[in-house]
Ligand binder design. Structure first.
Ligand SMILES: Cc1cc2nc3c(=O)[nH]c(=O)nc-3n(C[C@H](O)[C@H](O)[C@H](O)COP(=O)(O)OP(=O)(O)OC[C@H]3O[C@@H](n4cnc5c(N)ncnc54)[C@H](O)[C@@H]3O)c2cc1C
Length: 264
């Protein structure tokens, strides 16, 4: 079986700062890490590899420094990794990103299963998994919290839905986006770190993928970030008299009415 894991490098959440002038995320000098939710996709791939045998490939689209996220995945046990990077890809929205990722996955040959995280902690749309599946014309199951079994090319999984779980079967090839409950990510091993250190990670560029320039970057992005702002938090305090039982009941009543009004 061939499994691909899509991983994104994101800024370390604690070190994210906004530029007050441009209101955009300051990426220069900010420590980058593997998207924490993608570690669960890596873990799911490695568990499947242990259970059924598989060759696992990690794919990341991003700037050259995204290689460190790929190396971290290799140190955890991923077999090989590919960076997808080109200036022409800059400015891509989720639609264009998915088109580029799909191009890279096609270039790597047929995969039985493609695993993605639930969402990236910076862009936070959760769109890239399903959109990549659409670009590859593959079925997708989102929010997968358990992989039950793989038998005769059919994968049985559970996915989280509001108030419970849903059991689904999918004939492979297909795409899953996984949630934290899928399994605690393992730590990189010493042997894995050594392998990652010496590994040459190939880069797929626009030339490698031969994609239509109208489908990538800003030109190929049908969505636009119209405004980025930090919501203003207004805090006010009102003292409610509660010296007698009657006043206490009234105070609780008005507090509940306030919360209901704010739909908390
Ligand atoms: C108009 C517009 C312009 C933008 N311009 C830029 C820009 O110039 N530079 C920039 O850095 N970003 C830019 N972005 C953000 C960029 O589109 C997103 O970072 C990217 O598409 C991923 O979306 P997301 O973060 O919401 O991922 P999600 O959809 O939340 O991620 C879900 C899962 O998909 C996979 N995944 C997501 N992204 C990648 C990736 N790159 N490689 C591999 N796997 C991935 C991971 O498994 C992840 O867990 C722009 C967005 C818009 C809308």
């Amino acid at each position: 079986m061939r499994i691909a894991v899509c991983i994104k490098q994101v800024p370390e959440t604690k070190s994210v700062k906004m530029d007050p002038e441009t209101r955009t995320v300051i990426r220069q000098g900010v420590q980058s890490i593997i998207n924490p939710l993608d570690l669960y996709a890596v873990e799911a791939a490695l568990e499947l590899k242990e259970r059924y045998g598989a060759q696992v490939t990690a794919v990341s689209m991003g700037p050259p420094q995204a290689v460190s996220a790929l190396k971290e995945a290799v140190a955890m046990g991923i077999d090989e990794a590919v960076l997808v990077s080109d200036r022409a890809f800059a400015g891509s929205d989720t639609w264009a990103t998915s088109h580029i990722l799909a191009g890279a996955l096609k270039k790597l040959g047929a995969f039985d299963l493609i695993l993605c995280g639930e969402r990236a902690t910076d862009g936070d749309t959760g769109q890239v998994g399903p959109e990549t599946a659409a670009a590859l014309d593959l079925p997708v199951i989102t929010y997968v919290n358990h992989i039950h079994e793989l038998r005769d090319g059919i994968l049985k999984v559970s996915r989280l839905v509001e108030g419970g779980t849903e059991k689904l079967s999918m004939r492979l090839p297909g795409v899953l986006t996984v949630v934290k409950e899928i399994g605690e990510p393992r730590l990189p091993t010493f042997r894995g770190k050594l392998k990652a250190k010496g590994l040459e990670i190939p880069t797929f560029t626009l030339e490698t993928l031969q994609l239509d320039k109208n489908r990538i970057g800003l030109k190929g992005s049908p969505t636009r970030v119209v405004k980025i702002f930090q919501p203003e938090i207004v805090r006010s305090c009102e003292m409610l008299p509660a010296e007698t039982e009657e006043q206490t009941v009234k105070a609780v009543d008005s507090m509940l009415a306030f919360l209901e009004d704010k739909a908390v």
